[in-house]
Design a protein around this ligand. Structure first.
Ligand SMILES: [Zn+2]
Length: 128
């Protein structure tokens, strides 16, 4: 019998879920307890990674493509830009707006991104 480490209140699905540290643990749990949970094999259990809990859950629900896609996109975005232009601006501690503009102009980023960063910067610094 492979017992789950603990149950958590998953912020993502808003209910109690078993949380496993590794995919293997979760898979082993299904292997040992699958029959019981499956109730005669009607449900197909699968393991999925939950970014909210930073661990693995088991579900009998069909693959949530939409959700996974959303998460993927989010992770992708995060990986591509670990820091936003705004974050960078805040780190630089510019003294004048001219310096900010010069810095932004030299950045390899989309125009919208630059504008967004500048707008955020101005707002933060109280510049109109
Ligand atoms: Zn979760």
């Amino acid at each position: 019998m492979c017992k789950p480490k603990h149950r958590v209140m998953c912020p993502d699905c808003r209910r109690q879920k078993m949380l496993f540290d590794t995919q293997k643990e979760a898979e082993r749990f299904i292997e040992y307890n699958g029959d019981k949970i499956n109730d005669g094999g009607r449900l197909k259990l699968r393991v999925y990674y939950c970014p909210s809990c930073c661990g693995y859950h088991i579900t009998s629900k069909p693959y949530k493509e939409h959700y996974d896609k959303q998460t993927e996109e989010l992770m992708d975005k995060y990986k591509k830009s670990p820091k936003t232009l705004f974050d960078k601006l805040m780190e630089k501690n510019f003294k004048t707006l001219k310096e900010v503009n010069r810095y932004l102009a030299a950045q390899d980023a989309r125009e919208e991104e630059k504008e967004e960063a500048l707008a955020g910067y101005k707002k933060y610094k109280g510049i109109r």
